[in-house]
Design a binder for this molecule. Structure first.
Ligand code: ATP
Ligand code: MG
Length: 569
């Protein structure tokens, strides 16, 4: 895709800066996750944007940087998962991984610098007192009684804070800006807090930790980032970002804000996703129902589809909710072009072909992917006993139902036309088996190969079938905006109790028995599926439904009309 096609306001800013030579022709972005959870699809939008802009410009670079300034919530497990996910989404191995915590000493020296310049002070107010004295949107704040400490006193106290002489919360370092500023973020914001907590990389080296506002611009400046792209909620933090860098007189990147991704029927907040994991509403961060990168990967999404989705939604400054159907469309498009076709019967009904010789097996060629000639064919076994989908038979077919019913014919995909001669029922009247005859001339290459019947269905040879489990996923939340709740309820009240249906004893064509974890298939007429790394207790392979096919029949049945309906999906 050319730059023009996906021009957005951020790319326009970058192009303009290149024209005016603002950063000597450099383009240097960063993706700065905090390692306090797994990445979600919103992060994919940011990765795509930052890595995309770097890639589109000659010499452009994007840093993966961990914003690991808060030891209480950060863990190595998250660092590892984030590196893997960024690589998967960006299709680029991060050459160097940067850590904000590597700059702690330098940040400390910068803070000493600000104290020397009379622009920062040690404050003894506790968190509540600071909040109370901060004022409101309509009222100015009150100066801290510690605001006018001497430079010497501040330097001495700050050094003692670092040495661990004070307990958590006893003191903070604050910027001395303006307690009457109309922008509350500028009312002497906190730069350092005392937190006696080990850091996942620094161990016990530090007991004072920088706040986001103080640290972030410095991280960008140290790495000589040109365009620091973040989400809209930081727009009114930008004056502070600028103030710190100007006060220090250091290299000054430019912060640019864009609207974060919101998806319908989905929560995208690490705090809430963590809650889903910790309280066991899902099986883990990589549960295929989770909107995490790890979840989508396990569910069978491709990075290409996620990137396509990110291109489609674009980048803007206006908040909106994107329809999750667009993400589903992106993966369906991709898998339709690339996924290997396979036969799988989820709810089997036995069919006996009474005029087919007992003990005979034929290997029939089946197309691996009708969308891709180069994908070739594979051989699938056909025999006297088969399984078809129970739903592909109706004893009393509704009008325009073109699948199998008594006395009617249907084509078995890649095989023969069969006719239903007899319906076998159990004592309570349930259909347990069908007796059919086949027309031997209707297979590929036969004299009646071209004979047309209205319906085509899928099937699996009974003696050759592999048993498998199929996990059908539905939306995790029932509400378009899961955060919309009645008073007193949490977003959990919007969880979909039927978001997972496990179908056991599915009958799969033989090749699926050895499918590698992560391999993707279209189960013909059923949907797109991906082999899970885990196996069922019985040892059977598990397939996760990535996304449904467009089910025209179900739609038509719902509407009560049936033009051109039938087998064709
Ligand atoms: P969350 O709000 O989900 O907890 P976060 O913003 O705290 O996420 P970070 O680890 O700080 O998570 O995010 C890393 C980068 O990803 C930031 O630059 C942030 O702006 C961006 N990002 C996070 N969520 C979204 C989103 N929903 N859409 C677009 N970008 C996002
Ligand atoms: Mg954050």
């Amino acid at each position: 895709m050319s730059l023009n096609e996906k021009a957005d306001f951020i790319r326009e800013i970058v192009a303009e800066d290149l024209r005016t030579n603002k950063y000597q022709g450099r383009v240097h972005t960063r993706f700065p996750p905090e390692p306090n959870g797994y990445l979600h699809i919103g992060h994919a939008k940011s990765i795509n944007l930052n890595y995309g802009i770097a890639r589109e410009n000659p010499g452009g670079v994007c840093n993966l940087r961990f914003d690991d300034t808060n030891p209480e919530k950060e863990e190595q497990e998250y660092v590892d998962s984030i590196i893997a996910d960024v690589q998967w989404i960006s299709n680029e191995k991060p050459s160097t991984v940067y850590y904000a915590s590597d700059y702690f000493e330098q940040m400390y020296q910068y803070a000493v610098d600000l104290i020397r310049k009379g622009k920062a002070y040690v404050c003894d107010l506790n968190a509540d007192e600071i909040r109370e004295s901060r004022g409101t949107l309509t009222e100015p704040g009150k100066d801290s009684p510690y605001r006018n400490r001497s430079v010497e006193e501040n330097l001495a106290l700050f050094s003692r804070m670092r040495k661990g002489e004070f307990p958590d919360g006893a003191k903070t370092l604050r910027a001395k800006i303006d307690m009457a500023s109309p922008n509350i973020n500028l009312r002497d914001p906190i730069m350092y807090r005392i937190v006696h907590e080990d850091h996942h990389r620094q161990g016990s080296a530090w007991c004072i930790y920088p706040t986001y506002d103080w640290a972030h611009g410095l991280e960008d400046s140290i790495e000589r980032i040109t365009h620091s792209i973040c989400t809209l909620e930081f727009e009114n933090h930008r004056p502070l970002y600028d103030w710190f860098l100007d006060a220090l007189g250091v290299y000054h990147p430019q912060q640019i804000e864009f609207a974060r991704l919101n998806l319908s029927y989905t929560v995208l907040s690490k705090r809430r996703l963590l809650q889903l994991v910790q309280e066991g509403h899902v099986t883990g961060w990589d549960d295929p129902r989770m909107p995490t990168i790890a979840g989508y990967r396990r569910r069978g999404y491709t990075p290409e589809a996620i990137r396509t989705f990110c291109e489609k939604i674009g980048v803007s400054k206006k908040d909106s909710i994107i329809d999750v159907a667009l993400l589903e469309w992106s993966i369906r498009e991709d898998l339709n072009k690339h996924a290997q076709r396979a036969m799988a019967v989820l709810r089997p009904l036995k069919v006996v072909i009474t005029n087919y010789p007992e003990g005979k097996t034929e290997d029939l060629p089946a197309l691996n992917n009708p969308e891709d000639e180069t994908a070739g064919t594979r051989l699938i076994p056909f025999s006297r006993e088969l399984y078809i989908e129970a739903d592909d038979f109706r004893e009393s077919p509704p009008p325009k139902y073109h699948r199998l019913s008594p006395g009617k014919e249907v084509r078995l995909r890649a095989a023969y036309i069969i006719k239903c001669e007899e319906v076998v029922k159990d004592a309570s009247g349930n259909v347990v088996e069908l007796h059919c005859t086949y027309d031997p001339e209707t297979k590929s290459g036969g004299t009646a190969a071209g004979r047309k019947v209205k319906g085509t269905i899928h099937w699996v040879s009974a003696p050759h079938a592999v048993e498998g489990e199929v996990w059908l996923y539905d939306r995790l939340f029932l509400k378009e905006d899961p955060n919309e709740v009645t008073e007193g309820d949490s977003f959990l009240s919007n969880l979909n109790p039927d978001s997972l249906e496990i179908v056991s004893h599915c009958k799969l064509e033989p090749m699926l028995g050895t499918a590698k974890p992560g391999s993707r298939f279209q189960f013909e007429r059923v949907g797109y599926f991906c082999a899970d790394p885990a196996r069922a207790e019985s040892g059977a392979p598990i397939f996760n439904r990535t996304v449904t096919l467009k089910d025209t029949w179900a739609k038509i049945e719902q509407k009560g009309a049936a033009p051109n309906a039938g087998s064709g999906r």
